[in-house]
Design a protein around this ligand. Structure first.
Ligand code: SF4
Length: 233
């Protein structure tokens, strides 16, 4: 039988820079290819699936386990791009990584709910974005986000990126969605990192967003990306 392959943009060991596990040593396996096109995307290399070399599940597992052992990391983040475009690959890869004692995190744009259900039992942590149309410059994915968040609220934490273009009604819609589907899930407000073409929101907007979220959710935090501050990848 032909071995499964997927376009893998890079595998590396570093510190998690976002969300609930910020500061934890992890191995990152970055898939190429994404189903969305966010205006603030900082992973242009991960968007083009055809640009990355195909890797087999055995090759990927070997590379990840080797890096985890040498880097003393017990957790692996499957990131992208959008990892769930490659759910069949993940379904074969995940048991190999779990046999090696690694915990699996999925970093996802939170849209491909049918694909999530195919691999859900294999995942330990789901870091899910809710994409605000006014932040991304693309159309909203509210229905898909709702189904995605309802699939495994106990394993999920939510991340919402704010930019200078974010509209408060959009953010409020995300808070309502989280309150309806996963009120106890940690909810991270992530002001965008400034770079060409992307500006972070103002401090007042972040404060108002935080108060609004905290009025409906139990576990709200503001946390910008940490890895640019630490000077790591
Ligand atoms: S979902 Fe993530 S990888 Fe895809 S375009 Fe948006 S920010 Fe980039």
């Amino acid at each position: 039988m032909k071995e499964l392959t997927a376009p893998v943009a890079e595998i590396f060991c570093s510190l998690q820079g976002e969300g609930l596990y910020a500061g934890q040593r992890q191995v990152f396996l970055r898939f190429a290819g994404c189903n969305l096109r966010c205006g603030y995307c900082d992973e242009p290399a991960a968007l083009d699936g055809a640009a990355a070399a195909p890797m087999t599940t055995a090759e990927a597992a070997r590379a990840v386990i080797k890096l985890a052992r040498s880097g003393k990391a017990g957790d692996v983040s499957l990131t992208g791009g959008e990892p769930l475009l490659h759910w069949r690959f993940i379904k074969t890869l995940a048991p190999l990584l779990k046999q090696a004692g690694l915990r699996l995190h999925l970093e996802t744009n939170g849209v491909l709910h049918a694909e999530l259900r195919r691999v859900l039992p294999l995942l330990d942590v789901i870091a899910m974005d809710i994409k605000l149309p006014s932040s991304t410059g693309a159309k909203g994915c509210w229905t898909a986000h709702k189904k995605f968040l309802a699939a495994a609220p106990e394993k999920t934490f939510v991340k919402v990126v704010l930019t200078s273009k974010t509209a408060m009604p959009d953010f409020e819609k995300a808070v309502r969605l989280a309150a309806a589907c996963a009120p106890a899930a940690p909810f991270f407000i992530q002001p965008a990192t400034a770079r060409r073409g992307v500006r972070p929101p103002g401090a007042r907007f972040v404060r108002e967003a935080c108060c609004l979220a905290a009025s409906r959710l139990g576990n709200v935090k503001v946390l910008p990306q940490q890895h640019p501050l630490w000077g790591v990848k």
